[in-house]
Design a binder for this molecule. Structure first.
Ligand code: NAD
Ligand code: UFG
Length: 332
């Protein structure tokens, strides 16, 4: 298939570009570099042996999008582009609504006008809000606690309305749990600007001596060791989930949500200890207050992804930490 990846030079987009290209698909990356840079294209060239097609642009620019869609005529769009920092979304809600929601509506309009009606959307487990039961399946009630989460939920609803209005549309909302790790080459990975908000990039920088100690946000949760439990998934497993979703979109019509997670939860301390093994030295940490808005535990029921896509996570926590550390050492 020929597939356009919005946000294709970002963390998940770049890994998906590798997996798609190596599965024989033709990819076109589209990005405005607001949270990535063009060096990713050189790195993708080193991994793939060729430079993937790239078009610079903003998903809020309908004219530019139509130009790109008309030039390449992709069969499907995988839509990663968006802002993703929960804390920032509370400070700057309008930026999040504009970029994520207005950007998606603009993209969908451009797709509709060019007759491209298959979309795979980067949704998030954040749409489940406070878990009422575990593991989280796709039928779990939905709720959100911050503007970022609201953009994901509203985009899912917009996609559902669109599919209801026109039976030719296929919208697959992939609800990611916690993507971590990096490509095994160590050439691409997650390298956030400034102090990382998420656990793994923070742990990686402490391991590399760039930050002093991990702050563990609370050890009084109702979990085996008191620290928060999440379903961490290797980004290459996630990438493979997109390859299979793209294949599925060839025959699928209508709207569907599919979890991409491993089905296994690990605590913050589990992660720190697994990373210590990967990097070969102790990682300093201290227990601090809970972070407002955090839930104690969440992990996926990944059964639907297995049944519909034949997809199952293969990488272990050890693999995730090893690959993250390899990338971290390359980006000093
Ligand atoms: P990322 O920031 O690394 O990648 C997003 C890419 O989109 C960046 O390259 C950025 O430059 C680009 N972009 C943003 N706004 C754009 C716009 N208006 N026009 C064109 N390009 C734009 O983030 P990521 O971790 O790769 O996440 C990809 C998607 O997955 C996002 O939608 C995110 O919300 C979602 N998601 C991520 C996680 C996670 O933990 N990383 C979890 C659940 C869902
Ligand atoms: N944590 C720490 N210290 C840190 C950072 C995080 O102890 O410095 C803890 C958190 O309290 C939580 C766990 O590590 O228990 C994971 O936190 P992350 O910030 O890495 O991830 P979240 O589960 O909070 O959220 C992430 C993304 C969301 C996405 C969600 C999907 O940031 O955008 O996964 O489940 F929606």
């Amino acid at each position: 298939m020929k597939i356009l990846l919005t946000g294709g030079t970002g963390f998940i987009g770049s890994h998906t570009a590798v997996a798609m290209a190596q599965s024989g698909h033709e990819v076109i990356l589209f990005d405005n570099f607001c949270n990535s840079d063009c060096s990713v294209l050189d790195r993708l060239q080193s991994i793939l042996g060729f430079r993937p097609a790239f078009e610079e642009g903003d998903i809020r620019d309908e004219k530019r999008l139509k130009e790109v869609l008309q030039t390449y005529r992709p069969e499907a769009v995988v839509h990663f582009a968006g802002l993703k920092a929960v804390g920032e979304s509370v400070q700057k809600p309008l930026e999040y609504y504009d970029n994520n929601i207005c950007g998606t509506v603009t993209l969908l309009r451009a797709m509709q006008q060019t007759g491209i009606k298959k979309i795979i959307f980067s949704s998030s487990a954040t749409v489940y809000g406070m878990p009422q039961y575990l593991p989280l399946d796709e039928g779990h009630p939905l709720s959100v606690t911050n503007p970022y989460g609201r953009t994901k939920l509203q985009i899912e609803e917009i996609l559902s309305d669109l599919c209801a209005s026109d039976p030719q549309w296929s919208a697959i909302c992939l609800r990611y749990f916690n993507p971590i790790g990096a490509h095994e080459s160590g050439l691409i990975g997650e390298n956030p600007r400034g102090i990382p908000n998420n656990l793994l990039p923070y742990v990686a920088r402490v391991a590399a001596g760039q930050l002093q100690a991990v702050q563990v946000f609370g050890n009084d949760y109702d979990t085996p060791d008191g620290t928060g439990v999440r379903d961490y998934i290797h980004v290459m497993d996630l990438a493979d989930g997109h390859v299979r979703a793209a294949q599925y979109s060839q025959t699928h019509r209508g709207w569907i949500a599919i979890n991409l997670g491993t089905g296994v939860g690990y605590s913050v301390l589990d992660i720190i200890h697994a990373y210590e093994k990967a990097c070969g030295h102790p990682i300093a940490y201290r227990i601090t207050e809970r972070r407002p808005g955090d839930v104690a535990s969440n992990w996926a029921n990944p059964q639907r992804a297995f049944e519909l896509l034949g997809w199952k996570a293969r990488y272990t926590l050890e693999d995730m930490c090893r690959d993250s550390w390899r990338f971290q050492q390359n980006c000093r």
